[in-house]
Write a protein that binds this ligand. Structure first.
Ligand code: ADP
Ligand code: MG
Length: 370
């Protein structure tokens, strides 16, 4: 049969036809009506991955959470991947290469902690353009190595290739978790409390500051940035940490979140993920959202509402999680944890109570009055 098919294929090709139907085109896609931006990041992922079947019993959870969960024996394996692209996620005018390497690893560890797992291995793939030198790449690696040693992770492989412009770093982290410890985006109960670790909006204000100084520098190359007094927000942007201590604290306290996600895209967006995956609504209180005093100060300097920075800023890599309402007394006394609201029925939507008790509907970017 195979031979007959081969022969048939040969005859087709010989006859000047191919089994492939390819239309050559210049890289001129601007006339296409199906612009990716019409879907947005999450819409695009949904669109491209709809109907992908799970074929292997070992794949417990595929696309849709902070990480995939695999079953290869006693403990569960948790896998996640994140990519940082020059000019999109970082600007080398102000991002020290060591910090870039550190952050590339941390953003992956963060997704593993969000599943209540422990990162164990890291793979690093890079596309490097001609402007990068050996010592520059050594600096990136010193950051990757530091993150791995701080979090007890082994760097076990990756891939390297060249790129036409800019640097792209894609990391894949592999973690481990007990089946009973795993936390998903789904699972939030109807009256569960909504909690966040640390404080929010700092990384965004750090970025605003760096961008302001970059703009000044680009106008006048003699100008060096003025960064004194901004240590907290700069550190939040340039050297984020993953929430290892938070999940350890919860475990020591005997608390298993009913749902959990890391805050990489801003509180609003992550709340929506938890609500959607858990088929719930939620109500949070604006004045309960933890914001650092320096974040507030810098936001005021930039004429930005600190609440907007916390809701939409992203890159804080804190954890957003839900717990049963019955443990309010216990959870409200945990250091570094804020209770900001509670889950509701799906029909209630995703709401926030602002000053004067007014309720607004949260959107991925900002909010709308009711
Ligand atoms: P996070 O912000 O936690 O890193 P993302 O929003 O990047 O999560 O991704 C959400 C889900 O979609 C994850 O399960 C991720 O693995 C999956 N995903 C993202 N991009 C792709 C892709 N290109 N193909 C398949 N799955 C993807
Ligand atoms: Mg995540």
């Amino acid at each position: 049969m195979a031979n007959i098919l081969n022969l048939l294929q040969f005859i087709l090709i010989f006859a000047g036809r191919s089994k492939y139907s390819i239309t050559f085109a210049m890289s001129d896609f601007e006339h296409h009506p199906d612009d990716i931006s019409s879907l947005g990041e999450f819409g695009l992922i949904d669109h491209l991955t709809r109907g992908i079947d799970i074929l292997n019993k070992s794949t417990l959870v595929g696309i849709g959470d902070d990480a995939a969960v695999l079953d290869y024996g006693k403990s569960r394996i948790v896998v996640t991947s994140d990519l940082l692209a020059e000019g999109i996620h970082f600007n080398l005018v102000y991002t020290p290469l060591k910090h870039l390497g550190y952050k590339a690893a941390i953003v992956n560890f963060s997704d593993i902690y969000a599943m209540n797992g422990h990162p164990r291995q890291l793979l690093v793939s890079m596309a490097i353009s001609g402007k990068f030198t050996i010592s520059m790449m050594e600096a990136v690696y010193s950051g990757l190595r530091l993150a791995c040693s701080q979090y007890g992770v082994d760097l076990v492989g990756g891939d390297t290739t060249s790129s036409l412009t800019g640097l792209i770093i894609s990391c894949t982290a592999i973690g481990e978790a007990n089946d009973k410890d795993l936390t998903y985006r789904k699972g939030a109960g109807i009256h569960d409390l909504i909690c966040v670790s640390g404080d929010l909006g700092g990384a965004y204000m750090g970025l605003q500051l760096l961008e302001r100084e970059r703009t000044l520098f680009e106008k006048d190359k003699k100008l060096q940035p003025v960064l004194e007094g901004y240590d907290y927000v700069l550190e939040r942007q340039l050297k984020p940490e993953a929430c290892r201590e938070v999940t350890a604290l919860l475990r020591r306290s005997g608390i298993k979140p009913t749902a959990m996600i890391d805050i990489s895209d801003g509180l609003s967006s992550e709340l929506m993920h938890i609500c959607k995956a858990s088929a719930r609504g939620c109500r949070i209180w604006a004045d309960k959202i933890p914001i650092h005093s320096e974040t507030r100060r810098v936001a005021e300097e930039f004429n930005i509402d600190p609440l907007i920075a916390a809701l939409n800023g992203g890159e804080d890599y804190e954890l957003l999680f839900t717990v049963p309402v019955g443990i309010f007394e216990q959870v409200k006394n945990l250091a570094g944890i804020s209770v900001i609201g509670h889950m509701t029925d799906a029909a209630e939507g995703v709401k926030m109570v602002i000053s004067g008790g007014t309720e607004v509907i949260l959107q991925a970017q900002g909010w709308n009055p009711l």
